[in-house]
Design a protein around this ligand. Sequence first.
Ligand SMILES: Nc1ncnc2c1ncn2[C@@H]1O[C@H](COP(=O)(O)OP(=O)(O)O)[C@@H](O)[C@H]1O
Ligand SMILES: [Mg+2]
Length: 474
Amino acid sequence: MKVTSMPSTSNAIPSNAMPPPAASTGRSSRIAPHSHIKGLGLNAEGFAMADSAGFVGQESAREACGVVVDLIKSRKFSGRALLLAGAPGTGKTALALAVAHELGSKVPFCPMVGSEVYSVEVKKTEVLAEAFRRAIGLRIKETKEVYEGEVTELTPAEAENPLSGYGKTVSHVIVGLKTVKGTKQLRLDPTIYEAILKEKIVVGDVVYVEANTGAVKRVGRSDAYASSYDLESETYVPLPKGEVHKKKELVQDVTLGDLDAANARPQGGQDIMSVMGGLVKTGRTEITEKLRREVERVVKGYVDQGVAEVVPGVVFIDEVHMLDIECFTYLNALLESPMAPTVILATNRGKALVRGTTDVYSPHGIPLDLLDRCLIVKTESYAREQVAKVVQLRATVEGLALGEGVLDRLAQEGEKGSLRYALQLLTPASILATLAGRKEINVEDIGEMNELFLDAKTSAGMIGDKGGFNGGSA
Ligand SMILES: Nc1ncnc2c1ncn2[C@@H]1O[C@H](COP(=O)(O)OP(=O)(O)O)[C@@H](O)[C@H]1O
Ligand SMILES: [Mg+2]
């Protein structure tokens, strides 16, 4: 797959609309540590397929995560917790991200790291509570009168500015909309023109305008303008069917966290968030527990009327041993609240001191009462062949060519040190290869890297008995 820059839209810019964001030319996409992971790679029966979706080995953990995905999708897992436990570099974070992939973009997934709760300004428990609220989605269905179609014309009409002698203002804007059935020309208010500019709408986009609020929404770019790239950020949609002016069922996805924030700081406006933000009339600017309950009550009303649907999502807390005892007790309470999402925790600790206490040692650094509520999945260390496969995957993603024997050598390092160490050698070795004018990474490059850098175990081994760094000669 190749990521290419957006096609030039210069022919589609209306007379004086704001220019579209400059299409960056020749920008290469950043490669994140987990960008080779595309999902859990399970078959229809829920069994792990060998080396699929970027995942190598780790079969039982993947299958366990698959069961959790199914439970989340059928909404039977909310208020429960899954704990991924295993050594560093065994794919715990990768598994959680794969779960997010499998759930799709409609199910809220809210990742955080244990240490995120420590803030000077916000209470620890508040950070957790907010993450939980952001992981509960609300799908709101409403039938609205809209004008929908592909934009064929976008002409702002200008008038003299009555307030100052200089400059002009937009008095109205003419928008032409086209559907399969017909076309229509709308004359819209200048405030709607601002919304059009904000959404960066140009000729050729499919949009709809809500008849009674004037809110404008861009659906995507019309199929007719589709390009032949394999992958790009644009979504293409077919030309809308039916008349331009019609009733349309709109589905909006918001989270309880969005609603809390909108109600704490009501702003006024026409889009869905502002309207929903006026649900609870308050002058408050802080999200209090009371506000949350009120939002919940209103939401429940909507659910009872059949207007909205609750979509419980996932909170992922990586490095969960970084939470302290206060957070853990609060987590217990959150898990038992009526609107709780699924919780996935990850840790690489064995028996450890629970943070915030002086004498409570417990498995994974998690107090027993929370541990009791968790299903625990263990991630296994990798064998040499598996390390080799992951290294090969990463090399492909990063666009590096490996010379003969390199894979073997790296797999050996990975088995001796860790998978992460083997992966980390890849990039500096490629720089060495480039410096030497080679396209491929050679075994010598890896050897040289090994002399320059240490893996964690070797480094720890070199620290002598006295705890100093004396090169292992102590
Ligand atoms: N089974 C696997 N298949 C493919 N890549 C893996 C696998 N396990 C780990 N990785 C990759 O190895 C690196 C380290 O894994 P990570 O999930 O960050 O480990 P952990 O969170 O357990 O410390 C990441 O780049 C990850 O994508
Ligand atoms: Mg991790």
